[in-house]
Design a protein around this ligand. Structure first.
Ligand code: NAD
Length: 377
């Protein structure tokens, strides 16, 4: 069994799909591990550390993937990078297939079995493989760190000999994994925190972190499938806008994290709401990559609007790359362990397993995932 780890190609992607810790575990499973030179540089892992853990270092991607049965990545690789892999090799990463159907079809054509880690079912057994949670948790933390750095005042209340400083007010919209960590981080920094979500169940979690839950009776519980939110109706949207409009005007920091699976991010903060905020306030739009929760967000950029800073940077997990790689690599290891026959020390995939059924996009030259099979046929 041969496992290859590729250097990431996407600009600004500093994470890596394996660490010396997980490489050591793969070697223990019986794998020959090939790491492309420089793969860990963005996460401050020199090639020598991979070599110490038992990997061979390949000068090029082509040399790394030659004969590989498993290729580990963070981002979806171009099919051209995978020339020379073993027949039916598994390519495992956060492949982000929505809107990228042509790339997925190209992976099918390349003959690989592409596995989208973000499609792992959110069941107990797969929690350890949950890349969405491990990365969203860090993104929520980092969002508040960036907000605090851009904010030109202190967050905690300070009672000093020179007088008292009032605490900052932070408002988190969307209390899923990222939002809950943003709440916890803002609280740790001493802000007075409130939060909203459209799933009623989020209220208890918000309050357990010591934040105030902002909700209205006019907004029905919008829990959808699998614990995710559904899209709001037009009436619900206006009830929500009315609820948050007056609240936002009083906030110093707003972190938005609202997402709906497979849909563009809901627009929650209008230009008028931004106009109502005091100069010096900061908004971090964690949904920027998916269209943004804030009307004025420019994806990938930080802008100023009437003195309000709007941070629309993408890939927040990659802004804390060493920790993000550590957790992501462990998520991948946990999944790969389920693919290896301990006795023969070879890859033996159970295609009927709930995990593979949910996450495998392509197989035997075809796009097989039900969400994409028809889109590309
Ligand atoms: P997500 O990233 O899809 O969305 C982020 C949050 O935005 C969600 O809480 C969602 O309800 C909220 N949202 C959507 N539309 C909104 C709107 N118009 N206004 C305000 N908020 C809005 O969600 P997530 O972080 O992946 O978490 C979704 C759920 O899955 C949560 O209940 C979470 O606790 C649960 N979860 C379960 C597991 C597991 O069982 N293994 C793992 C992770 C998360």
């Amino acid at each position: 069994m041969k496992i290859a780890i590729l250097r990431e190609r996407l600009a600004g992607e500093l994470r890596v799909a394996a660490t010396p810790e997980t490489v050591g575990k793969y070697v223990g499973l019986g794998a020959d591990v090939m790491v492309e030179a420089g793969a860990g540089a963005g996460s401050r892992i020199p090639d020598a550390q991979y070599a110490e853990a038992g990997a061979a270092i390949a000068a090029t991607a082509e040399a790394a993937v030659k004969g590989a049965n498993i290729v580990l990545v963070v981002r979806r690789p171009e099919a051209g990078l995978l020339k020379g892999v073993a027949k039916s090799a598994l390519v495992i990463g956060a492949l982000d297939p929505y809107g990228n159907e042509a790339d997925i079809a190209a992976l099918a054509k390349a003959g690989v079995s592409a596995v989208a880690m973000e499609f792992m079912p959110r069941i107990t057994r797969a929690q350890v493989m949950d890349v969405l949670s491990s990365q969203a948790n860090l993104a929520g933390y980092q969002a508040v760190i960036e907000a605090a750095a851009a904010f030109d005042r202190a967050l905690p209340m300070m009672m000093t000999a020179a007088g008292t400083v009032r605490p900052a007010k932070a408002f988190v919209m969307g209390a899923g994994v990222a939002g809950l960590q943003a709440i916890a981080t803002a609280r740790r920094l001493g802000a007075v925190v409130s939060a909203t979500d459209v799933r009623a169940a989020a209220g208890e979690q918000v309050e357990s972190l010591g934040a105030k839950f902002i909700m209205t009776d006019a907004l029905k519980d919008a829990s959808g499938e699998g614990g995710y939110a559904r899209e709001l109706t037009a009436e619900e949207q206006s009830a929500q806008a009315e609820l948050v409009a007056s609240h936002i005007a009083k906030q110093d920091i707003v972190v938005t994290t609202a997402l709906i699976p497979g849909r563009p991010a809901p627009k929650l903060v209008t230009k008028a709401m931004v106009d109502s905020m005091a100069p010096g306030s900061v908004i971090v739009d964690l949904a920027a990559e998916r269209g943004g929760n804030v009307e004025l967000t420019q994806s990938g950029k930080t802008i100023a609007h009437n003195g309000v800073t709007i941070i629309g940077l993408t890939n927040f997990a990659s802004r804390i790359p060493t920790t993000a790689s550590q957790l992501y690599a462990r998520n991948l290891l946990a999944f790969v362990e389920t693919l290896v026959d301990k006795a023969t020390r070879a890859v033996a995939v159970n295609w009927d397993d709930d995990l593979t059924k949910a996450a495998v996009l392509t197989r035997d030259g075809k796009v097989v995932h039900p969400a994409f099979a028809t889109a590309v046929s």
